[in-house]
Design a protein around this ligand. Structure first.
Ligand code: HEM
Length: 424
């Protein structure tokens, strides 16, 4: 691979700086909020108020549809798990975006339409597919090229040189686009939904995203290939009334766009969090290197300990009660899965990162009908990357002369400042 994957394109710096991204979005929080979220959970599993208000942080409303509503927050594992599964009372319509930002496909749909549309995409994202099709066609090559490039160096910032690149290049290629377009496309995609840039620029970015995807869809309709868009144009949608039809161009475009949006930043930040956890705990890194069955444990524990997206929202679709707290129809429920994943009612010493703990389901990927569609892709990317690093760099360690990494980014999208390492 000789494309932008391994080139030092300045767009990487622009797009993959955790602090800058959050500062531009207006939601940067430098402090580790886990202790405060834990203290909040211990005071009450469900509370009136948006999470940020309860934490004493400046308000940040990422969902335009939720603006002006009254807020509630749930924080215990039991009730966050229940709220995610209760899709009738707690609706995903909260994600509905402004017309010029474009729709979010399955993410913003409620049942029964959601189930019908998700069924057209899901077969390509099931675990067996991500262990074979995804790895053999894209992930192994992307990770392999990046590791080869790293071998020419004795130090690196893994957050930037590995974690950022694996997901964006995997998902762009898997969708069916040319890998060389990965960064240009991601740049336009992020701009099209960025609230702080001028509306005309945002619209232009949105149009270019749509144009690129619609061109790809037309090509794949004419001549299907072996990729996700080809799968979508050939899929049949079975509507709740039993009618069957192919997806329209627009439906394919919207869902391809949400896959690229959801699949780019999350895995970048979560892989960074996982590496940070391991590199700061040498005994656990050594244990994982010696026993590769612990690689998947390391990933799940990172998703439990510090899920990159620790809070998600829902509209309260009808007057509801949760954990003894009444919520009127039309209000917004924030599900703080970050606090839920450290609930002492479910885990011993929940604040510790410990890959030896007995595995127990976490909700780092959400749960219920909307549970992350790409979770097995993300797991596969992280699995291949961690194994490849362990194989290629037996002496991998944090660079003692560089500033120590720390958790930063938006409260809504956590990541690590940098991962400076010595490779040899
Ligand atoms: C470590 C990485 C990731 C994390 C932590 C993560 C987390 C999540 C969470 C918590 C949700 C549920 C949102 C909700 O209930 O409102 C979700 C949904 C979703 N994710 Fe991920 N995600 C990751 C990677 C990916 C990847 C790689 C893809 C695509 C390739 C992806 C595609 C999606 C889609 C399409 C949905 C919406 C599913 C639906 O509404 O039915 N995600 N993700």
């Amino acid at each position: 691979m000789t494309d932008v994957l391994i080139a030092d394109d300045p767009l990487y710096e622009e797009l993959y700086d955790i602090r800058r991204e959050a500062a531009e979005m207006g939601n940067l929080v430098e402090e580790d909020m886990n202790p405060a979220m834990g203290a909040l959970r211990d005071r009450g599993a469900v509370q009136k108020g948006f999470l940020r208000d309860l934490l004493g942080l400046e308000r940040y409303q990422r969902h335009a549809a939720a603006q002006g509503g009254e807020g509630y927050t749930c924080l215990s594992f039991e009730l966050c798990d229940a709220a995610f599964r209760d899709y009738d009372r707690f609706s995903s319509k909260v994600y509905a975006r402004q017309a010029d930002e474009g729709g979010l496909g399955v993410l913003e749909m409620d049942e029964p339409a959601h189930r019908a549309y998700r069924a057209t995409i899901q077969p390509m994202f099931l675990k067996p597919k991500t262990l074979t099709w995804w790895r053999e066609r894209w992930i192994n090559d992307v990770v392999g090229a990046l590791i080869e490039k790293l071998k020419a160096h004795d130090r690196a910032d893994l957050n930037f040189q590995l974690c950022a690149r694996v997901p964006v290049h995997t998902i762009t290629r898997a969708i069916g686009m040319d890998g060389d377009d990965s960064l240009v496309f991601r740049n336009a995609l992020l701009k099209s939904g960025a609230p702080r840039i001028p509306a005309a620029e945002r619209r232009a970015a949105g149009e270019s995203v749509e144009r690129m995807l619609l061109e790809l869809i037309a090509q794949r309709r004419a001549e299907p290939a072996d990729d996700v868009v080809s799968g979508l144009v050939q899929a049949e949608l079975e509507l709740p009334d039993g009618a069957r039809r192919p997806l329209t161009d627009r439906e394919v475009m919207v869902n391809a766009r949400v896959l690229m949006l959801a699949g780019g930043g999350t895995t970048w930040r979560q892989l960074g969090i996982t590496l940070w956890a391991l590199l700061s705990r040498r005994d656990q890194l050594e244990a994982m290197k010696a026993d590769r069955s612990l690689v998947d444990r390391a990933i799940e524990e990172s998703l439990r300990w510090n899920p990159t997206d620790p809070v998600f929202s829902r509209f309260v679709a009808e007057d509801a009660e949760l954990g003894g707290v009444f919520m009127p129809k039309g209000s917004v429920l924030e599900i703080c899965l970050g606090a839920a994943n450290r609930d002492p009612a479910r885990w011993d010493h929940p604040d510790d990162y410990d890959l030896h703990r007995t595995p127990k389901g976490h909700i780092g990927f959400g749960i219920g009908a909307h549970q992350c569609l790409g979770m097995n892709v993300a797991r596969s990317e992280m699995h291949v990357a961690l194994n490849a690093l362990a194989d290629a760099f037996p002496n991998l360690r944090l660079d003692p002369d560089a500033p120590a990494p720390y958790l930063t980014g938006g409260l809504e999208q956590r990541g690590v400042s940098a991962i400076p390492v010595l490779l040899t």
